[in-house]
Design a protein. Structure first.
Lengths: 459, 98
């Protein structure tokens, strides 16, 4: 009798997840979405714990306790700048879980046919996503060097390892009783995950993180096929399509293909194009910058990863406040790939209490640059490089950019003249109307704020 | 229709539903979206519970299942809490202060 309730709980849980994602479409309803997701998860967990197959609870409860003891501190202590790392870590945990479940299922039943195919996919995706995400975590946390590491024949080695893993996976599907193959299959999947991320540089992290998100979801979905559990299939498919769409958006925002991101190893090919010709630039002090900003009617601020590194978002908010109070129209232009994960800049600026209606997407703001008095670039580089539009031979040719160069005056806060992550010189810095503001982003913005304050007191 | 066929249908429909829903999410919220879908993918906990709590669970599958429950609980708990913490920060201009 009670058995009939469980399918209903699972269906309601799936509905909760769907509503959760649906309500993410606007900041006004998004928090309701989180509640819907939580309710869905609660129903799913309760529904599972009550199933007749589940007879012993002590280990499950201990695991819940340990998991919460790790998860809750992460959620509250972690600074917002660490969101990309946390996300990568979370992909690793999710993928590890489904890989281990697949492994346990294999040794329990040694299934055949359809179920074994699903299991093989689940473990392959699970293990490779686990190590790949840990590598991404290491690079984002700067435990590992962030620069792409390449060696000759890299793509050949990677594809070889992947091909071998798939080959053994297929063999296992046809002959599941060859249990000695399974550890090799696991090992190859784990190794491929590491190899996949070795050549990826920081600028490509948004795409890669989104892709790993997709893999983790697909792995959970494959688990649903293996366990004949529709709730897992649905939740995994939602997660998988989410990650996939985000990575497509990221790729489009860089005008690159998946294969190019995964096998292209950005940042190494440009070494030949590095002609270090000294060209004159105009620089300015904080005082001059403050005067120009004060006289402007409209200012567009373009943040990039450098803002996150310098933790300049709070100082930037102060500047936003001062300028807004003086009637200057200040907006922030957000490039889709600014930062290390999709939407990274939005979260940091929201944390600093910048109202979200001041954060404008690329397509919406690009038409306004010609009518903008000052474009202030802070910690961004490639996303404002006009060469992407004008120079066909540039490595970033065709990449959609924020058209900062159309503004009346351009100001760029930068530590020095070194080229950005992709190693490409930026013509924007050498333009007649461009002022370079050399220094640390946070301290420079705070001196601008100070100058604006004294100007107010004097005037 | 056998159960595998139904499973494939469910997957296909859910994937298309996902595409349609995610396309409508504002880029403003892409980071919280990702941490929400992370939390949702902690649904793997369902499989982990079934393995760990099963009557015939061998020591191996109990151990693997136990680690899987821990890993997905970390995801579940931190995923939802962080998503909410992030979303709390998104405020409109002139909106209420916390």
């Amino acid at each position: 009798m009670i058995e009939t309730i469980f399918p209903i709980l699972y269906i309601l849980a799936a509905a909760g997840f769907i509503l959760a994602i649906k309500w993410m479409n606007s900041p006004a309803s998004a928090r309701r979405g989180v509640v819907a997701g939580e309710v869905g998860m609660l129903l799913a967990v309760v529904g599972t714990l009550l199933r007749y197959e589940v007879v012993s609870y002590e280990w499950i409860l201990i695991a819940f306790f340990i998991g919460s003891a790790i998860g809750i501190p992460i959620a509250y202590i972690m600074p917002m700048t660490a969101v990309p790392q946390r996300t990568a870590f979370s992909h690793a945990c999710g993928a590890l879980a489904s890989a281990l479940i697949g492994t346990a299922e294999y040794y329990r039943h040694t299934p055949h046919g359809f179920v074994m195919t699903a299991l093989a996919l689940e473990t392959l995706l699970g293990f490779l996503t686990c190590t790949a995400s840990l590598m991404a975590f290491g690079k984002l946390q700067e435990i590992l060097p962030g620069r792409p590491l390449t060696f000759p024949g890299q793509n050949f080695v990677n594809l070889g390892v992947f091909g071998l893993a798939v080959g053994i996976g297929v063999t296992l599907v046809f002959a599941p009783e060859r249990t000695w193959l399974f550890p090799i299959f696991m090992l190859l999947s784990l190794v491929f995950g590491v190899l996949l991320i070795v050549p990826i540089g920081g600028a490509d992290m948004p795409t890669v993180i989104a892709l790993l998100n997709s893999y983790a979801g697909l792995s959970a979905s494959a688990m649903g096929f293996a366990l004949d559990n529709k709730l897992l299939i649905v939740a995994g498919a939602l997660d998988g399509s989410s990650g996939f769409i985000l990575s497509v958006i990221m790729c489009r925002a860089m005008n690159r293909s998946f294969t190019n991101v995964l096998f292209g190893a950005f940042g190494t090919i440009q070494s030949s194009a590095k002609q270090t010709t000294e060209r004159p630039v105009r620089s300015a002090s904080a005082e001059e910058a403050a005067e120009i900003l004060d006289a402007a009617r409209s200012v567009v601020i373009i943040p990039g990863y450098g803002m996150a590194v310098a933790q300049a978002q709070h100082k930037l908010r102060e500047m936003y406040d001062v300028l807004t109070r003086r009637g200057v129209d200040v907006r922030f232009a957000i490039h889709p790939v600014a930062g290390r994960m999709p939407g990274h800049m939005n979260v940091l600026l929201a944390e600093a209490d910048v109202p979200y209606d001041r954060l404008v997407e690329m397509d919406e703001i690009n038409g306004d640059f010609a009518r903008t008095d000052v474009a202030l670039v802070i910690g961004a580089n490639d996303v404002v490089n006009p060469a992407a539009q004008t120079d066909k031979s540039s490595p970033i040719a065709g990449m959609p950019i924020l058209r900062a160069h159309e503004a009346q005056t351009v100001m760029v806060i930068k530590r020095g003249m070194s080229p950005g992550f992709a190693g490409i010189a930026n013509d924007l810095y050498y333009m007649e109307k461009t002022l370079m503001l050399f220094g640390d982003a946070k301290s420079f913005v705070s001196s601008i704020v100070k100058e604006l304050g004294t100007a107010a007191a004097a005037g | 229709m056998n159960k595998y066929e139904i499973a494939v249908w469910v997957f296909m429909l859910a994937a298309f539903l996902g595409f349609e829903l995610i396309r409508r999410v504002s880029p403003l919220l892409h980071t919280p979206l990702m941490s929400l879908t992370n939390a949702i993918s902690a649904i793997a906990v369902v499989g982990a519970i079934l393995i760990t709590g099963a009557k015939d669970a061998s020591p191996l599958s109990k151990t693997l299942g136990f680690i899987a429950v821990v890993a997905s609980t970390v995801n579940l708990v931190s995923g939802y809490l962080i998503t909410d913490r992030m979303l709390k920060m998104f405020k409109k201009r002139g909106g209420e202060k916390k």
